[in-house]
Design a protein around this ligand. Structure first.
Ligand code: PGA
Length: 246
């Protein structure tokens, strides 16, 4: 069965003090059951958030990157063992900001995915096109290319994909829900896995979540800016489920 996963990506936001106040505030809200929640927080807040969550099994903690080596001279990087030791269960891999600002490629993304799985972490692989690629009519080819190159040797049963059109990230320009559904469906057919969770990400907000989650192909969301406020993120977790005619 496809699992619903609502993930927040804090990016480079929140100190340890902010993180523990946030987690307490989120836990004080009623949350719809059967929806897995993941908080992808800065490395410095991982232990704090794991601790604050305690035994609330609905919420897990994710990191925002992982290196492929077990250890070594890789200044500024972090290994799988360093993450799992803290109780981390998920890790974002190949976010467009990592690709754009830090030179990550499909080849390094692949290595990071393999490392995550070898440590029994569930990677959330981000794929998505720029506006230029979309306007040139190359969205499908681009995304399927990112998948083919990134997923070599990767186990689809322990993986989440996030379709994140780059032009919709942090811009307030949400991808139309039906278009997000179309691309997510394309990814699903390409991977031919009946059970993989595929999320949408890019300017998801409390007022757009219901529409997105009503789409039959979309199994959850990866939320940046709107996940920073616990009340807003709780509203996203508590989206109103409805069905749309396909
Ligand atoms: P955004 O970020 O929700 O702020 O657009 C999404 C993401 O980068 O995962």
């Amino acid at each position: 069965m496809r699992q619903i996963v609502l993930a927040g990506n804090w990016k480079m936001h929140k100190t340890q003090a902010d993180a523990s106040a946030y987690t307490r505030a989120l836990l004080s809200q009623p949350l719809e059951p059967n929806r897995q929640v993941v908080l992808c927080v800065p490395f410095t807040a991982l232990a704090t958030v794991v601790d604050a969550i305690g035994n609330h099994t609905q919420i897990s903690v994710g990191a925002q990157n992982i290196h492929w080596a077990e250890h070594g001279a890789y200044t500024g990087e972090i290994s799988g063992a360093m993450l799992t030791e803290l109780g981390v269960r998920y890790v974002v891999v190949g976010h467009s900001e990592r690709r754009e600002y830090f030179g990550e490629t499909d080849a390094t993304v692949n290595q990071r995915l393999l490392a995550a799985q070898s440590h029994r972490l569930i990677p959330i692989l981000c794929v998505g096109e720029t506006k230029t690629i979309r306007e040139a009519g190359n969205t499908e080819t681009w995304i399927l290319g990112q998948l083919d190159a990134g997923l070599v040797g990767v186990d689809l049963d322990h993986l989440i994909i996030a379709y994140e059109p780059i032009w919709a990230i942090g811009t307030g320009e949400t991808c139309d829900a039906s278009e997000a559904n179309r691309v997510v469906g394309l990814i699903r057919r390409h991977l031919s896995s009946a059970t993989i969770t595929i999320q949408y990400g890019g300017s998801v907000r409390p007022d757009t979540i219901d529409d997105l989650m009503a789409q039959p192909e979309i199994d959850g969301v990866l939320v940046g800016g709107a996940s920073l406020d616990p009340a807003g993120f709780a509203r996203i977790i508590n989206y109103q489920a409805s069905t749309v005619a396909v």
